[in-house]
Write a protein that binds this ligand. Structure first.
Ligand SMILES: [Fe+2]
Length: 489
């Protein structure tokens, strides 16, 4: 049936562009979610909420002056706001070398001593305990403590964020599902971070190979709040792990406007975009993305997490036989100041291969010497245990690989790889770089035993990922290996 000329056009539905605009909770708002503070300042707790939103959604609120401006406003509202201090000091201590970063630890000890005479609420006292565990690098204990806080305060976004992030840090993969799943029933669409809890579930489901459930949770998160960059990121992991590189690349490129609105995590999602290019054999595009986004952003930040992204991308391209020119040099310079951090073996492994990619054997040697001192020193905690067990063979194995001593590289890395993949920090996609180095070393050593090892590793990866087919990258690797092997008879 044709439309008459006079028929009015249907009014198009108007959707507002999403933005990082929230109603910060005052004391009554927090109370409604079951959380009490010792301060009487509504403004201080609103700024605490604003800090949590910026940390969890990875953005800087321009009107509040970003994270530091918000912290200043919170302190101005109530200079003695206990939870503000516990939050700030805990994070200042976290993931830093106690010997290089004594000041916040002294302040935390001081605060704890005085806190005995203050009327901290249970919520604040529970969080103080968690901050103290962060300060002594007891990440396992801190994760458990944050989970304990969640039992009393299931709608506490800070405990959820920290318990979850610590689980990722110490390789407790099953908890990436268990932790958000334990609180989701307490949330409804009006609760702050409602969608985000599903974003967290999306990543947890994806990491344990439940790709359909993961995708449903991720889509739900984005329906609720399209700017949730963690949910975009979680879906990217799903597509990476399930071998859907084309879908992943298109998803990220098509939604870039949303996930780049929050700026403090976007370098990592650009890294994921580049990873899809590598999976698809689109090396020019991956290199271009390094030059346009990943390289400049990670070098400008200079932190060990951004540098691990930049260095990992260059190493992946190098392993694929792509000429990366002298791009590793600037990354390697960035790593120098982290040469004695020892906050995570995951970073130290990246530091090692990046220095060697840049041709700086002395920096790598220095890292190894510092690592031996760290292992024999008096620091404690999760990273000390992991580095003691697998750190030295990892760096020695990487060194052999980069020196062309492939048999020796396999001898060092093969025995530790299962424990390394299980225990060190990071997602499966991130940690895979070390497995890839071992695979390349095994193929290049060209012994029957090591070629069998390659088949074992790739087949185990299939089972672990719950896949029927290899990812494009692994299939290409396998094809090349079989071709070379057949040529050699
Ligand atoms: Fe990631």
């Amino acid at each position: 049936m044709s439309k008459t000329v006079d028929a009015p056009e249907a009014t198009p539905e108007v959707f507002e562009s999403p933005s990082f605009t929230f109603n910060w909770r005052d004391l009554a708002g927090w109370q409604a979610d079951g959380i009490q503070f010792s301060t009487s300042s509504n403004e201080a707790v609103k700024m605490y909420d604003a800090l949590l939103h910026q940390a969890i959604y990875h953005y800087n609120d321009g009107q509040l002056g970003g994270f530091s401006g918000t912290t200043a406003k919170m302190t101005e509202a109530d200079p003695d706001f206990a939870m503000g201090k516990i939050f700030g000091l805990g994070l200042d201590c976290f993931a830093t070398n106690p010997k290089k970063n004594e000041e916040p630890r002294k302040k935390l000890i001081d605060f704890s001593a005085k806190a005995k005479n203050q009327n901290l609420t249970k919520y604040e006292a529970d969080h103080l305990r968690a901050a103290e565990l962060l300060a002594i690098e007891d990440y396992w204990g801190a994760m458990e403590q944050f989970q304990e806080v969640l039992k009393t305060y299931p709608k506490d976004p800070y405990s959820l964020q920290m318990a979850y992030f610590l689980a990722l840090t110490i390789g407790e993969t099953p908890r990436l599902y268990d932790i958000p799943a334990s609180v989701v029933k307490y949330y409804d669409p009006s609760t702050p971070f409602y969608g985000h809890v599903f974003g967290k579930i999306c990543f947890g489901e994806g990491e344990r190979g439940n790709y359909d459930a993961s995708e449903i949770a991720g889509r739900k998160a984005l329906d609720h709040f399209p700017l949730d960059n963690w949910a975009h990121h979680a879906l990217a992991h799903n597509f990476e792990e399930s071998g859907r590189a084309l879908q992943g690349r298109n998803f990220l490129l098509n939604s870039a406007r949303d996930w780049t609105t929050g700026t403090t995590f976007s370098h990592h999602i650009w890294w994921h975009t580049a990873l899809f290019h590598v999976q698809l054999g689109e090396y020019e595009s991956a290199l271009q993305l390094y030059d346009d986004k990943v390289g400049p952003m990670t070098l400008k930040d200079g932190g060990n997490f951004p540098l691990s992204d930049g260095s990992s991308l260059l190493m992946r391209l190098h392993l694929e036989g792509v000429n990366i020119g002298d791009r590793a040099n600037e990354q390697a310079k960035g790593w120098v100041k982290h040469n004695d951090d020892f906050v995570s073996l995951f970073y130290d492994g990246h530091n090692s291969f990046c220095s060697l990619l840049a041709g700086d054997a002395a920096a790598n040697q220095k890292l190894l010497e510092n690592m031996r001192e760290f292992v024999n020193g008096d620091r404690l905690g999760w990273n000390k245990d992991v580095t003691t067990n697998v750190g030295i063979p990892l760096v020695e194995g990487i060194t052999h690989f980069m020196d062309g001593e492939y048999t020796e590289a396999v001898e060092k890395m093969a025995p530790i790889m299962p424990e390394l993949q299980k225990k060190i920090q990071g997602s499966k996609a991130q940690k895979d770089i070390f497995r890839q180095i071992l695979l390349h070393a095994a193929v290049k050593s060209n012994t029957k035993q090591n070629l069998d090892l390659v088949m074992d590793i790739l087949n185990n990866k299939l089972v672990e990922s719950k896949l029927k087919e290899h990812t494009p990258l692994n299939q290409r690797f396998l094809d090349r290996m079989v071709a070379v092997h057949e040529t050699q008879g």
